[in-house]
Write a protein that binds this ligand. Structure first.
Ligand SMILES: NC(=O)c1ccc[n+]([C@@H]2O[C@H](COP(=O)([O-])OP(=O)(O)OC[C@H]3O[C@@H](n4cnc5c(N)ncnc54)[C@H](OP(=O)(O)O)[C@@H]3O)[C@@H](O)[C@H]2O)c1
Length: 314
């Protein structure tokens, strides 16, 4: 495909996908490529994106798949990805599919096999970084799947969508596995921060000063960004990663742990705290609201700053 004009598509313009699609559209515009075809289940959410960017809304998945060479996707979960890809693959003139969703490795393998059946290439390219990093194209992208298709994607994916890639080889399940292992670290960090900030508050230590320590001693994005959210109780999921997404990823970690007899105690605890946070504040909270669940277990009110308490609990 190198050298050929490219028509891109993007499917799934949620918190992450909307930012990535806008960056892909800017790349297409700079390179005099066709408008990026976009499709989202809820069309009303992407009308503004289409107006503001070098994009065109497709009326259906098959319409999109027939107008593109390369289709990127960023979808909520495995069930959604299976249903969307079944439609994309059966009606496609695109040759490469680049999936940024976080999915379980066996789902990825099944999607790759389905793609091969139609003579198509499916790459698993999950990303590290929150929506703000997607917006500034500073994601870390795991690349895995067919090597020739990877070469094509590598021509533009950095710096268009991310700042760097980690090459996980030809088996697309490996990209998915890296993403799950990475999220083990990130959710583990959130759990540890939840405990530490709760302990700081209960021992009467100034949480701002504690956050200063975090910034000085753990200057990594997950610590600094989630530390700030937890310090402030800033748990809106509108610009982050919602609890159902976080619980999906926690369940992936726990399933891999169960399958390999590897205990995952930190994530088991985080799962419980996410459950509690969901019960008191609902599904729209960011997964950093794990801290709200922890606070409840320590006898503190779940929320400080903005009150996310569900009406029925008021
Ligand atoms: N947020 C993060 O910080 C982050 C970071 C790295 C990776 N991820 C991964 O990226 C993926 C997307 O996350 P996100 O935070 O962008 O989630 P999100 O905002 O909830 O977006 C999910 C996307 O999936 C679509 N969708 C949901 N149900 C669907 C259905 N039944 N049929 C078709 N489309 C459906 C949504 O469409 P509607 O708009 O119609 O609901 C939306 O486009 C997930 O796999 C997540 O694990 C997220």
């Amino acid at each position: 495909m190198a050298g050929k004009p490219r028509a891109f598509g993007f499917v799934g313009l949620g918190n992450m996908g909307s930012m990535m699609a806008a960056n892909l559209a800017a790349y297409a515009e700079r390179n005099a490529l066709p408008r990026v075809r976009i499709w989202n289940r809820t069309r009303s959410k992407i009308e503004y994106i289409a107006q503001q960017n070098h994009c065109k809304i497709s009326n259906s998945l098959s319409d999109l798949a027939q107008s593109c060479d390369i289709v990127h996707t960023c979808l909520a979960n495995d069930q959604v990805a299976i249903s969307v890809y079944t439609e994309l693959f059966t009606s496609s003139s695109a040759s490469i599919f680049v999936d940024h969703s976080t999915l379980f490795p066996t789902t990825i393998k099944a999607l790759q096999e389905q793609a091969s059946h139609f003579g198509l290439k499916y790459l698993s390219c999950p990303v590290f970084g929150p929506p703000a990093a997607a917006k500034s194209a500073s994601l870390l992208i795991a690349l895995s799947g067919d090597i020739t298709a990877q070469q094509t994607v590598k021509e533009y994916i950095v710096p268009t969508l991310g700042k760097a890639t980690i090459d996980c080889g030809e088996d697309p399940a490996k990209g998915a596995l890296l993403k799950i292992l990475g999220n083990n670290c990130i959710l583990g960090t959130i759990e540890l921060l939840s405990e530490s900030f709760t302990l700081a508050e209960k021992t009467g230590f100034d949480v701002n000063l504690f956050y200063e320590f975090i910034q000085a001693w753990f200057p990594a994005p997950a610590w600094v960004n989630y530390g700030k959210k937890i310090r402030d109780g800033a748990f809106s999921g509108a610009t982050g990663f919602t609890i159902p997404g976080g619980m999906k990823d926690a369940s992936f970690i726990r399933t891999l742990g169960a399958e390999t007899s590897t205990p995952t105690p930190l994530i088991d605890q985080a799962w419980n705290h996410l459950c509690t946070a969901k019960a008191v504040g609902g599904e729209d909270l960011d997964w950093s609201a794990c801290a709200a669940g922890m606070r409840v277990t320590a006898g503190l009110p779940p929320f400080k700053g903005e009150d996310f308490t569900l009406d029925k609990f008021k």
